[in-house]
Design a binder for this molecule. Structure first.
Ligand SMILES: CC(C)(COP(=O)(O)OP(=O)(O)OC[C@H]1O[C@@H](n2cnc3c(N)ncnc32)[C@H](O)[C@@H]1OP(=O)(O)O)[C@@H](O)C(=O)NCCC(=O)NCCS
Length: 181
């Protein structure tokens, strides 16, 4: 099973079916915080709503096509991190993440993404990693910016969110630009 230690405080672990209550509790207690940026939040109305989703995430990992994992801070589930897909032909992928409102401001995602990049470039030998954020989502943009990703450009009206479009900004990191660790 995919799991790894980021540092003394943070670990990343693939979701399994028995995590559904814990994950639901995270979502349910952070609706107002997550909803503005994540359309799927409203679709998760009970732990059972996660039952058909978790096997898809596990299958993606088994098929070498990305994953969805929990982020634990001192053992407690505080967020999610994942790869939306892996494009093996072009050796590229895209990272997504979220945190509970309370867990923000400690560098948990920045440290997790940094550790994940070591894995993606050194272990999987990928060449390119993308992060896409809404231009208005300053906290999300802070993560690729802090880690030295290159801002590539803006997809105007790239995402529909409830009642409006958001411009989407794409950041990338290439293997040759990531410090060897
Ligand atoms: C986007 C999101 C994950 C960002 O959370 P975050 O806490 O700002 O990100 P990090 O965990 O990397 O923490 C960075 C913050 O911790 C601080 N920090 C403290 N210790 C740190 C360390 N060791 N390393 C890096 N940053 C550190 C940074 O200065 C920064 O604080 P600042 O924003 O006040 O400058 C969070 O706001 C969220 O989940 N939002 C809702 C869902 C969402 O938007 N998801 C992304 C969709 S694209």
């Amino acid at each position: 099973m995919f799991s790894f230690t980021v540092d003394k405080e943070i670990s990343i672990e693939l979701f399994q079916q028995h995590h559904k209550e814990e994950l639901y509790e995270l979502i349910d207690s952070n609706r107002d915080h997550l909803r503005p940026w994540l359309l799927w939040v409203d679709k998760r109305r009970s732990p059972e709503d996660l039952e058909p989703v978790i096997p898809i995430w596990i299958r993606n990992y088994a098929d070498n096509n990305g994953f969805d994992a929990g982020i634990r801070y001192h053992g407690r589930l505080v967020g999610m991190i994942g790869l939306h897909y892996i494009d093996w032909k072009n050796r590229s992928t895209s990272i997504g993440y979220l945190l509970t409102e309370e867990a923000q401001g400690k560098g948990i995602i920045t440290r997790s993404v940094s550790s994940l990049l070591n894995y993606l470039f050194n272990e999987l030998d990928l060449n390119r990693v993308e992060i896409q954020c809404a231009l208005n989502n300053g906290k999300s943009i802070g993560i690729p910016a802090r880690l030295g990703f290159t801002k590539e450009g803006i997809t105007r009206d790239g995402q529909w969110l409830y009642d409006h479009y958001e411009d989407i900004v794409t950041y990338s990191m290439l293997k040759k630009d990531w410090p060897v660790s």
